[in-house]
Design a binder for this molecule. Sequence first.
Ligand code: NAD
Ligand code: UDX
Length: 487
Amino acid sequence: MLQDRFILPLTHKGYTTKTHPMNIKNVCCIGAGYVGGPTMAVIAQKCPHIKVTVVDINKSRIDAWNNNDLTQLPVFEPGLDDIIKNTRGKNLFFSTEVDKAIEEAEMIFISVNTPTKTYGKGKGMAADLKYIELCSRQIAKVSKNNKIVVEKSTLPVRTASAIKSILDNTGNDVKFQILSNPEFLAEGTAVKDLLYPDRVLIGGDNSMEGQTAIQALVDIYSNWVPKELILTTNVWSSELSKLTANAFLAQRVSSINAMSEICEKTGAEVSEVARAIGMDSRIGSKFLKASVGFGGSCFQKDILNLVYIAKSYGLDEVANYWEQVVIMNEHQKQRFSDNIVQTLYNTVSGKKITFLGWAFKKDTNDTRESAAIKVADNLLNEQAQIVVYDPKVSEKRIYEDLDDLKTRPAEENRKLLKVTNDSYEACKDSHGIAILTEWEEFTTYNWEKIYKQMQKPAFIFDGRGLLNRKQLESIGFMYYNIGSGTE
Ligand code: NAD
Ligand code: UDX
């Protein structure tokens, strides 16, 4: 059985090969972000025989990962603090010494950011691969012995060939094997997703060396993931599968959000429609929750990247098809803020509006592409006075998110929008409360107390379908829920 674990026959494109086992003892991960941190923490926990070093050029991020106070870790994920507590300083290390970590490692994960390009060709659509290229050049420069380089970042299909070209042409005659191992974790459930993944995907070369490299990574995951859940494919399929998975997931959210608008016009109830269609086993019940719009660092970026790839191959119909998912999402955010203005008698100028939640979903401190940012920006354009409460997002982050839009001067953002860590204070004297994130704690609030302290009529705009309409209406609130029609 042990033999089995180390020399697993891989069926790949119809042929089976036996590979020589590689005994990986030292891995490093470049990029200590939302993926690199949690992913490496779980590998360290499940593979105590492997030394795992996570490196980043961002010193304050590394300092935060090394903070003794585990509430100050840069990434909030339920359960992550315990894993860090048990592994950090034993076989898990966070460091800014990138070169040293590269040199020591037999396997290097690249987990740096791949944001949408903000300049030049492909601006606003293509993935910006400059961080990937920098890493590749650094690996090439520093490496003195053969290494396996693993793409953990989400990348456009065929990026591995660019990485290979850099590594092979600028290195010190060292042999590199490139694997694609996209990460499917979702924020807020990262630890659970890493411990019990639906599948692990590994793409590699068909050559003997490629198969050996695949096997080395299979061996790492086999420490806790059942073998039948570890899929091996060619590199291009693996790269493209990641973009495809995110496109399909986002498409479901945009599809149900499109239906939510029809529901509001017709008296149908989107949660009932979702339940009815979700019970069809061919459709399934997940990712059918209507909302103010999907956010997060991945969905929009990855679909736009897919659109760009399709366009660059001249596949305009394919590109237009997927772009519509993003267009629908923009519309959903816009109509949520439009509805707030319209309901509050067509003006929010000078009115206090409360935002409960700023993160793009519950159980994370991540705000990238959060719907709250766009909704706030729209309302600030209407001169609303916004007060934000989020249990995990800092004031600094919220102002940075708004400033990044460059819609108005930073001082104006600070004048029009305030951040508080007292949710009841946030709601006091408010004309309307907008629920932007589905934090559980909002369901436990004393809504009678909140109602008494608000301007009347007191409105709630529930962008997450989180609260109980009957209860709130019996208190006296005017309650608007995404996708609930008036009969
Ligand atoms: P992130 O921005 O949180 O982290 C990336 C880190 O890489 C940053 O801390 C940055 O300082 C560091 N970095 C950049 N260039 C570097 C260099 N040359 N050397 C050392 N460090 C460098 O990003 P993330 O959310 O962890 O995402 C990373 C990748 O994983 C992206 O490609 C993303 O699409 C993908 N992904 C993200 C998620 C998610 O839920 N966030 C899920 C699956 C896949
Ligand atoms: C996503 C993918 O799920 C994950 O597999 C991939 O690795 C990274 O991108 P993430 O963005 O972290 O993960 O969270 P996810 O749970 O997918 O939610 C994305 C957005 O869609 C959130 O804003 C969420 O609130 C929204 N959403 C999700 C809905 O509005 N309705 C749903 O039914 C599901």
